[in-house]
Write a protein that binds this ligand. Sequence first.
Ligand SMILES: Nc1ncnc2c1ncn2[C@@H]1O[C@H](COP(=O)(O)OP(=O)(O)OP(=O)(O)O)[C@@H](O)[C@H]1O
Ligand SMILES: [Zn+2]
Length: 579
Amino acid sequence: MGAVAEDELDSLFEDWRPALRSLDQRGVVEQVVMQPAGTPVEPGPQPNDEQRAAIDAILANPDAFGAFLLDGITGSGKTEVYLHAIADCLARCKQALVLVPEIGLTPQTLARFRARLGVPVYALHSGLSDGERARTWAACLRGQARVVVGTRSAVFLPLPDAGLIVVDEEHDGSYKQLDGIRYHARDFALYRGHALGVPVVLGSATPSMESLRNARTGRYTHLHLRKRAGAAKPPAVRVIDIRKRALDAGLSNDLIDSIARTLEAGGQVLVFKNRRGYAPVLLCHDCGWTAECPRCDASMTVHAKGRRLQCHHCGASKRAPDACPDCGGLALQPQGAGTEKLEETLAARFPQVPVVRIDKGTTRNRDALAGHLETLGDGPGILIGTQMLAKGHDLPGLTLVAVVGIDEGLFSADFRAPEKLAQLLIQVSGRAGRAEQAGEVVLQTHHPEHPLLHTLLTGGYSLFADEELALREDAHFPPFAYIAMFRAEARDMDAANTFLTEARAQLQATPTGTLLTAHGPLPAPMPRRAGFQRAQLIVSTNARPALHAALDAALPAIRELPEARKVRWSLDVDPVDLY
Ligand SMILES: Nc1ncnc2c1ncn2[C@@H]1O[C@H](COP(=O)(O)OP(=O)(O)OP(=O)(O)O)[C@@H](O)[C@H]1O
Ligand SMILES: [Zn+2]
């Protein structure tokens, strides 16, 4: 079943323990008989042909498991397809579960579901108290909750009358839980759909390589939405080559002119920059000193217009020094630009419009996000954001999307980096021109000839995916191989390495051990974090059963290793991040 071993299932429900305790105190929950749904408050648009075909395919066999990949470009109306399938589910007195990424669960999304379906829609996310979670759990168990929209952990809700499971933005990294028991909500949704005998719909404009491969091999039914729904057209994309150009906070004059033109025409602008804070580095111009985190192999990020330093890896935070700690000079300069600096620069350039920044620093929860979008309003304005903004937001007034500072992503060592970058670029670009107004995307780069950009610009995500899958197959990388990663950290690197070497020996000694290829132990890409030395061991194989057999056979012994007591270690099957 993929990411989780059967015997781990129990602990997966750990998340739910406090909620269930509070449920127990309130007495037993009783089942209610489900009534067919009421009439929708708001009728939706007539599905177009592609949407109709997708809906029909999903509903062709509603009482049996089937996996569907709804592969539809941004703005193609995937949500409409879900809504029709859910409405059908309600008409058959069944329950529907919709999983959305962490930041995708906005009041906007819920309002749309409520208005269209004509039944209460239950929301489940990490911001709820244990009591609220318990109420949702009970409502599901009783069959009172007909439609639940929730993030990752909603995949464990009880569904006595299950009829449909939807995983929106199935490629999204937030479906993978990284702390404690590691599970992938998408994989688990498929497992549940199979157990419950209901269709599972995975939707995305930028499907994961894993899901695309499953669609190609016929394990999933591949459904396509190739054009934007309604009147909207895909945005025009323009690349600005910034080599040798003058830049202000990383923005070229060409881009500033485009922003000015868009604002004059009454449009809204999204400036996307995946680096929060004021500047990524604080440098002494006299001696070359830079502010490093004392506990990590990383620079500290400058925040609060230069007054504070913060480590984005361990969270350490302190006041920025007034003078260079090395040479005593007063020439400390923030280098580069993060979202805070962009906000300052754009607010100074365009004082007549609202400039709103959306990142971890300003937007801790959904209410904050709603507040920011309200500040922006419907008129001309500028939105600055990190990847938080890349997901599923429908901003009808948005006509220009400017992508700046993606260049570091083009040269990452992680084999998944191109996939993640392509997804991000397509998703961010997809925010432009979703209503009547035509959209424009401007991409600023020092590497206009980079193959990744070239492929995306000429063939879109599907051409990228073809090429990426071919590369992965040649290199024996997932989804053509299955990998597991052991991470170990300790005060000294030797302890971490010794443990991993022992773990490798245990794995290789199992009956399927010869089918595994081991890489490592090697230092992690960031060898020191929060004061710990970190190493990793990757094992890979081209047959999943061999991997699981080896893990099952070796894990008890690995847990008992004397070396295991000297390190903090974890096992990640199908890791999404290789650090
Ligand atoms: N058949 C249709 N006719 C007219 N308008 C439609 C139709 N289907 C969807 N729309 C409208 O198109 C817009 C985009 O639809 P929707 O949000 O469902 O797309 P999506 O594929 O889920 O988008 P994304 O993945 O980019 O978030 C919405 O405003 C929706 O109301
Ligand atoms: Zn740190």
